[in-house]
Write a new protein. Structure first.
Length: 167
């Protein structure tokens, strides 16, 4: 995730100087194949620092809950830690948005009294309606090319977007 953010935010009109510094450090130690997580985080914080009076950055992290907890709980924890670090950076020009279902571990990390995040819960029925709209449009698009009849489309939508289904 850090690499993705660096590639998207670190190269705007030109390559950000913080990336040049990181590359120069790595060149000095040819035995090091990739930077450490802490080096990447520090570079990201420099890239996100405002470099002009009207330079705002908006970052949207979507569907953190879809990182499988049972399999990748360490990865989810690392991403959560990074997001909290960014949110705590106190940069007034950095705006972070995260969407997620309210899974217990995420609520604990992001919803506690000391959290730098504000929660805006979306009612479950709105979430379900959004999922159904998405699935319905995808099925309709696929149905055209695959000759799927209306009855089968309805069954697919019910199966994929029914209650308690996740995407």
């Amino acid at each position: 995730m850090i690499c993705s953010l660096l590639s998207q935010l670190g190269v705007r009109e030109k390559v950000h100087p913080a990336l040049h510094v990181l590359f120069d450090k790595l060149k000095k130690t040819p035995s090091v194949v990739k930077p450490t997580t802490s080096q990447l985080e520090a570079t990201l914080l420099k890239v996100l620092a405002p470099d002009g009076p009207e330079c705002e950055t908006f970052v949207l992290v979507d569907a953190l809950d879809e990182v499988p907890f049972r399999i990748l709980h360490d990865e989810r924890a690392k991403i959560s830690k990074l997001l909290n670090t960014l949110a705590s950076s106190q940069s007034p020009d950095l705006h972070l948005f995260m969407t997620s279902r309210a899974h217990e571990d995420l609520v604990k990390i992001f919803g506690g009294p000391q959290a730098a995040w504000r929660a805006f819960p979306i009612p479950a029925d709105s979430i379900q309606a959004d999922i159904e709209t998405y699935v319905r449009s995808k099925i309709a698009h696929l149905a055209e090319g695959m000759n799927i009849n209306q009855s089968d489309q309805k069954r697919l939508i019910a199966r994929l977007a029914g209650p308690r289904q996740t995407m």
